[in-house]
Ligand binder design. Structure first.
Ligand SMILES: [Zn+2]
Ligand SMILES: [Zn+2]
Length: 364
């Protein structure tokens, strides 16, 4: 079938909307009419570093919409189901079997190889392949093929613009707190960086009864939003000389948990000193190299967690987040800025300049 997709012709972009062809679903795939698609920093960072041999390419990995058709062996979904698309995983390896599909052995090939696990791509243009299957979806398009494993049914009355970011950014932030750190009520938690991931971590910490919950963020509007969402303190990293001391004061001796979404070396070094003995540091930001004084970690028993996709099993976790949202405990709609699909360039600009916390593309 013919679809409209935002195609990247060269590494670094731009996204150009054009007509391409999409195959019919294979036995375990579902065809989804996309109603909304979130923009995530990973789309931009991957686009910037994408290998030229895998262009043209269609990105997009926070799709939401309605199932139009299902492959012959799909059992869990039927046409008409509303779904949120998330990352793909094999379902068979040791990590998948243990309920940690974010660490699937086939993570790279199934999500960021520019095609399905077997090297094929469902997209083409004038008979030539167009790379796709990004996170098992490539949802910067009017339709996407997903696998039944990465299409999670959501209630039909959940707005698609709310469902879309659940698949990556929201799941990443909330899952890091709920699935990995598992803070006790009354324990202290610090979030560094109040973007979509950081604010999702904050909302999860508030739900679990963390106190205090402290946000460190340079943009004043984001600090204000963090406070409205339940942060007990919001610090400007440029105003405080020593964040470590400020956090030690606010937490009565150091934070139990810190979630870093920035991966900035100077923030991470301060984070280590801001933790109490045996505190947890969760690294969520797309990485760089950071030097730590080993003694500052081992002598104080600091635990460092690398967390991808919130260590979530989406089939279980996304319905949990939907439930929290419906009970008014997880107001993620406060983070969302919508843009018509045709204006994807404006969404990219909004994400880059920080005016849009969570840009979400909408489709008629
Ligand atoms: Zn697996
Ligand atoms: Zn993402």
């Amino acid at each position: 079938m013919r679809i409209r997709a935002a195609v990247t012709e060269t590494p670094g972009g731009p996204f150009v909307i054009q007509t391409v062809d999409l195959e019919a679903p294979r036995p375990h795939e579902v065809l989804v009419r996309i109603a909304a698609a979130g923009l995530c920093h990973t789309d931009l960072s991957m686009q910037a570093s994408w290998p030229r041999r895998r262009t043209p390419m269609v990105f997009g990995h926070e799709g939401a919409g309605v199932v139009e058709a299902v492959g012959a062996d799909v059992t869990a979904l039927v046409p008409g189901d509303h779904v949120c698309l998330t990352f793909h995983s094999c379902g068979r390896c040791a990590q998948c079997a243990a309920g940690h599909p974010a660490y699937c052995h086939s993570q790279q090939t199934l999500n960021v190889s520019g095609g399905r696990g077997d090297g094929t791509t469902p997209l083409s243009r004038d008979g030539s392949p167009v790379h796709g299957a990004f996170f098992g979806q490539s949802s910067f398009a009017t339709f996407a093929l997903a696998h039944e494993r990465n299409a999670i049914r959501v209630p039909a009355d959940l707005p698609a613009v709310v469902a879309a970011p659940l698949g990556c950014g929201v799941q990443t932030g909330a899952g890091t707190v709920i699935n990995r750190l598992r803070p006790e009520p009354g324990s202290s938690l610090v979030v560094i960086g109040a973007g979509g991931v950081g604010l999702s971590a904050l909302m999860a910490a508030v739900v679990l009864g963390c106190d205090p919950v402290i946000v460190i963020e340079p943009v004043a509007a984001r600090r204000a939003l963090a406070t409205e969402l339940g942060a007990t303190a919001a610090l400007d990293p440029r105003a405080a000389d020593d964040l470590g001391t400020a956090v030690l004061d606010l937490t009565g001796g150091g934070a139990h948990h810190i979630v870093d979404t920035t991966s900035r070396p100077e923030m991470l070094r301060q984070a280590v000193t801001a933790l109490r003995p045996r505190g947890d540091l969760a690294l969520v930001g797309i990485g760089t190299t950071v030097d730590f004084d080993v003694m500052s970690l081992l002598s104080r028993g600091i635990r460092v967690h690398g967390v991808i996709e919130g260590d979530a099993d989406p089939a279980r976790f996304i319905p949990e987040l939907v439930d929290l949202h419906r009970r008014g405990l997880f107001p993620l709609d406060r983070l969302i800025a919508t843009f018509p699909f045709e204006n994807i360039g404006d969404a990219v600009t909004g994400m880059r300049d920080g005016t849009a916390i969570k840009p979400v593309l909408t489709f008629d």
